[in-house]
Design a protein around this ligand. Structure first.
Ligand SMILES: C[S@@+](CC[C@H](N)C(=O)[O-])C[C@H]1O[C@@H](n2cnc3c(N)ncnc32)[C@H](O)[C@@H]1O
Length: 235
């Protein structure tokens, strides 16, 4: 999976086990299973991205899957989008320490992130339900681009719940794929939602029933010093 870059992957796992845990980005109980449950779980998805594609990883946390993809696929251009300062600070130091040149870290919420150009793919793992993920990712995608969401066993129910949103965005296709069969147990379940040829990036995402998000956004601003929702890239 990592080829000649296995050394980089090992250094990333060492960072996760050290400051990733001490800075609270990864729970201490994850230490013995960083490789299979986290890094390999993400790495097996690396073949699902177009050559030299731009990829926005929403809610990157400790860099899962964003940093794993940047290591496994140096041809990709990764944008890690994460609202919490403590996490973006850690991500920036990890990028520096690993010497990765294909990653940029942005402190922002998905709702307010404005990419320099529409992305070929958006990824997300353990961030929110598929319904909301489509609303967050589609404004960031180019026509024909895809949301590649790493999901769990509940995927069929998530797709069903997202049906009205999938129709609203006139998606070209929604596929469920298993990655890493025979490599990692359980294999990684992916939902790949592809934007149609007529898709326009930047399309407003809000549906009327989302009024509760205003309160949640305000809560998030309060927790992170009021800076998480600014509608700009950090650098
Ligand atoms: C459970 S963690 C998962 C982190 C990482 N993707 C992983 O798989 O370990 C969810 C992450 O999403 C971020 N997040 C929550 N809401 C978000 C939003 N609206 N836009 C971008 N990131 C968000 C959180 O700050 C957190 O880092």
């Amino acid at each position: 999976m990592f080829g000649a870059r296995l050394d980089l992957a090992e250094r990333y796992v060492a960072l996760l086990a050290d400051t990733g845990i001490s800075h609270g980005l990864i729970g201490p109980r994850e230490a013995p299973r960083l490789w299979d449950r986290h890094v390999i779980n993400c790495a097996v998805t690396a073949g699902f991205f177009d050559p030299a594609a731009s990829v926005i990883d929403l809610g990157s946390g400790a860099g899962l899957p964003g940093l794993v993809l940047a290591i496994a696929r140096p041809d990709l251009r990764l944008h890690l989008v994460e609202p919490l300062l403590r996490r973006t600070t850690w991500l920036e130091s990890a990028v520096r320490e690993l010497g990765l040149t294909n990653v940029r870290v942005h402190r922002a919420r998905g709702e307010s992130f404005v990419p320099e150009s529409p992305a070929d793919h958006v990824t997300a793992r353990a961030v929110t339900g598929l319904d909301r993920l489509v609303e967050l990712s589609f404004p960031l995608l180019r026509a024909g681009g895809s949301l590649v969401a790493l999901k769990g066993a509940n995927v069929a129910a998530e797709i069903e719940a997202a049906a009205p949103t999938l129709r609203r965005y006139a998606v070209a296709s929604t596929e469920v794929r298993e990655a890493g069969v025979g490599v990692v147990d359980p294999p990684t379940t992916l939902v790949i939602v592809t934007a149609g040829a007529g898709h326009r990036s930047g399309t407003p995402t809000r549906s009327p029933r989302r009024s509760g998000d205003v309160r949640r956004s305000a809560d998030a601003r309060g927790r992170s010093g009021g800076r998480a929702s600014r509608g700009r890239q950090d650098r």
